[in-house]
Design a protein around this ligand. Structure first.
Ligand code: CTP
Length: 425
């Protein structure tokens, strides 16, 4: 079978089979690369793992061979008739280095070719992704800062590391993002190779995501089916495009915090409103992808509502404030900068009075935001699934369809439009 023919992923879906090189540097995070290799093979891709000699101190060759189903070498003199040090790079559709140590990035910048991995980096012409992992001091050292900037200037993607627990007791920036997150970003590059430019550097963006939960009593709430995946994808990508991102996260499908994003966890619509209003001051853009409850129970019982004589027949509701409308009003009042771009989302179904886009245009005019991201819902679309499609409606009358694809792909289209809205001095 040719490497370009569709193959079956572990979940039975058809994917275009790509050639992926996973390079593994010599750091403790090397153990996480095993999960990454597995994700690629389970998605139906052909994977070659190229560790450095140092990486094999952390994970054995046999583990990588078993997970990838391919031989694993570290030196340029292995497999000489096959000219592996040239061929693997030339033929790859994507190279992902995880973990990328300070030393490995320095060698890549210097153009060294003293092992199979660095030789492969010199011959690769596909997207190359580095997922750094090191101690905070090494990440912040001028040499590493310069190496990262140089790799990015040359067109490589250097993922922003996460903050958090490093090896031992220390914490700080430099932790490798979770394998699932690296896989998500890598998969996006397979869908759209130019999806991660550094065009949002210096920008401040607030994103809301997930559903809100409106309490009824200490154990019950009114909620909705939003998984938060779309908003998380936007926050993750905005950070990887260089923005300083605050994610105001409501209830989600137990999603991990995206790397390099400040996450504020809230529960109710009122808590979400307070957090968005606080963080939007000085922001360049605010993206309201959360499914905010329109109503909340008028009263919250202090103890659990019981069956019996006192049980309520109905639950009176009161209207929650519209956060998006409040943002537009705050911009008019001058509470937030007039240049702040405001983006809303609309999940719509067609009905007897009009189609999805008719309702969306009315909503855009009513809400007064700059851009409305429109999803058609119903029939298993948009909620709790990994794929999305829709439209972008601009207040200036522009209208563009977003092709079906992953929520990351949709996020990248939304951010392209948001980048166009922001004023660049
Ligand atoms: N939204 C908000 N505050 C609310 C309700 C909604 O900020 N209390 C935002 C959502 O985050 C989304 C946009 O408004 O960006 C559209 O949400 P939607 O529920 O579709 O709009 P509604 O005004 O509630 O319209 P509908 O009458 O169709 O429910």
């Amino acid at each position: 079978m040719s490497d370009r023919e569709p193959d079956s992923a572990a979940d039975g879906s058809q994917v275009a089979r790509k050639r992926i090189v996973v390079g593994v540097g010599g750091g403790i995070a090397a153990y996480k690369s095993c999960a990454l290799v597995r994700s690629f093979t389970e998605s139906g891709h052909s994977v070659r793992v190229i560790p450095t000699e140092a990486a094999l101190q952390f994970v054995g060759r046999a583990t990588f061979e078993a997970l990838s189903g391919n031989p694993v070498q570290t030196g340029v003199f292995a497999d000489v008739p096959e000219v592996a040090h040239v061929r693997l790079g030339q033929e790859a559709d994507l190279v992902v280095i995880a973990p990328a140590t300070a030393d490995l990035m320095a060698r890549a910048v210097a153009g060294r070719a003293d092992d199979l991995l660095t030789a492969t980096l010199l011959t690769a012409r596909c997207p190359v992704v580095f997922a750094p992992a090191m101690h905070t001091e090494m990440w912040e050292h001028a040499a590493t800062v310069w190496n990262v900037a140089t790799l990015r200037e040359r067109g490589s993607i250097v993922i922003e590391p996460a903050s958090g627990r490093l090896t031992g007791k220390d914490t700080g920036a430099g932790r490798m993002p979770e394998p699932e997150e690296i896989f998500t970003l890598a998969s996006l590059l397979l869908e759209r190779p130019a999806a991660l430019p550094r065009d949002l550097e210096g920008r401040r963006i607030v994103v809301s995501a997930g559903g809100t939960r409106e309490p009824l009593d200490p154990v019950r709430f009114l909620g909705n089916r939003s998984s938060g995946k779309q908003g998380y994808a936007i926050a993750r990508l905005a950070a990887q495009r260089g923005a300083q991102v605050t994610l105001v996260a409501g209830a989600t499908a137990e999603l991990g915090d995206p790397a390099a994003v400040d996450v504020v966890h809230v529960r109710t619509a009122e808590q979400m409103r307070e957090a968005v209003m606080k963080h939007v001051i000085d922001a360049d853009a605010v993206i309201m992808s959360a499914a905010v409850a329109d109503f909340r129970p008028a009263t919250v019982a202090t103890s659990k509502i019981k069956k019996g004589a006192d049980e309520p027949d109905t639950i009176p509701l009161v209207r929650n404030e519209d956060i998006l409308a409040g943002l537009v009003q705050a911009r008019r009042d001058g509470t937030i900068a007039p240049s702040t771009a405001i983006v809303g989302f609309a999940a719509e179904t067609g009905d007897a009075t009009g189609g999805v886009l008719d309702h969306a245009r009315t909503k855009l005019a009513r809400k007064g935001c700059d851009l409305l991201v429109v999803n058609a819902v119903g029939d298993g679309k948009a909620f709790e699934v990994d794929h999305n499609d829709g439209w972008l409606l601009g207040a200036d009358g522009t209208e563009s369809a977003i092709e079906p694809g992953s929520k990351s792909l949709m996020a990248s289209r939304v951010l392209d439009a948001v980048a166009g809205l922001m004023v660049f001095e």
